[in-house]
Design a protein around this ligand. Structure first.
Ligand code: TUI
Length: 308
């Protein structure tokens, strides 16, 4: 089935569930632009996520979803909230959603886990996933190890459900590339950070616009929670902390999510954690979500019928 029909959207483009960033404003803007907007539950508690869901319902009559970040201490409560709030589509990240799958499927929810490897993809197809977001290491935030160009076709060969590619896609060339690899849709995040409607501090947007190909770095690679961010003082300090191996995983996670808030809300260029993917180097201007989505799909060879 075409991903657009499965999700009830105009373009086969879904938004990354960026923690602290993907609020009702961004989710509604992406859904109104013809993609699938998602509220990124991140580390928020149930009340905050409920508010975001209700505000999104006021701003759009198009389909939207919720991304559940499974490392969050609130993940279990949010797994019930989405059922109560009649959410139709869920994506998950940063963990295995297996324990929630039956409950969500019984409630008729379309479940799309984000996976970083073939093994996870196989396991979650068996657990009843409707589609998968297959995220390469080029992505921003918490990442796996395999590049998009290698991971996508390996997962496409391993499963029978639609694959949505993520990591490194910011324009129509990226969409065409992953469609050739067998993907049926794309997830975008970094390019949306520089959208007019994205509620991050303007320093965050400017840092994306200024970024070159070599400006991201991965923190936490050796602690089990690798996170891709734009280079700054915070990233250097984090790398120094982990070099000597005496910081606890919990401290480091607190440091990343806490400093992500500093980047998003205060635009703290030194102390903030500016999560972004390698595609930041492709992002050159602030545009509306409508302009971004229209550009990605309507300039693609897929849309023109040259690639099926
Ligand atoms: O989840 C993401 N990207 C994220 S989550 C996030 S918030 C955060 N910040 C700091 C540390 C940790 C989280 C920022 N960006 N993308 C999807 C994704 N999922 N990437 C990798 C994974 C993943 C990782 C491990 C999926 C499953 C998994 O399984 C681990 C296990 O053993 O269950």
């Amino acid at each position: 089935m075409d991903l657009r029909d499965l999700l009830g959207i105009k373009y086969p483009i879904i938004q990354g569930g960026m923690a602290n960033i993907a609020t009702h404003k961004l989710a509604a803007a992406v859904s109104n632009a013809g993609g699938l907007g998602l509220i990124g539950a991140g580390g928020w508690d149930v009340d905050r996520v409920r508010q975001e869901i209700r505000k999104t319902k006021e701003l759009t009559d198009k389909p939207f979803g919720v991304n559940i970040m499974l490392m969050s201490p609130h993940a279990k409560d949010i797994s019930d909230l989405v059922i109560e709030e009649n959410i139709k589509i869920i994506t998950t990240g940063a963990g295995n959603p297996g324990i929630y799958m039956k409950k969500w499927k019984d409630a008729g929810i379309i479940v799309i886990p984000v996976v970083p490897s073939v093994a996870y993809a196989r396991r979650l197809e068996r657990s009843g996933a409707d589609a998968l977001v297959v995220e390469g290491t080029e992505a921003g935030g918490h990442i796996g190890e395999i590049s998009t160009i290698n991971l996508v076709p390996q997962v496409v060969d391993a499963v029978n459900i639609p694959v949505i590619a993520a990591g490194g896609i910011a324009d129509s060339r990226g969409l065409d590339a992953v469609f050739v690899l067998g993907a049926k849709g794309v997830q975008i995040g970094t390019v949306l950070l520089a959208s007019e409607e994205c509620p991050v501090h303007e320093n965050y947007k400017n840092k994306i616009l200024k970024a070159k190909d070599t400006d991201t770095v991965v923190t936490g690679r050796h602690t089990g929670a690798p996170v891709r961010v734009l280079k700054n003082r915070m990233a250097r300090e984090y790398l120094n902390l982990t070099k000597y191996g005496n910081a606890s995983l919990e401290d480091l996670e607190k440091l990343t999510l806490g400093s992500l808030r500093k980047a998003v809300l205060d635009g703290d260029l030194d102390g903030g954690s500016f999560m972004a993917g390698q595609s930041a180097g492709l992002v050159k201007e602030i545009r509306t979500c409508k302009e971004i989505l229209k550009d990605i799909f309507e300039n693609s060879l897929v849309y023109k019928g040259i690639i099926k």
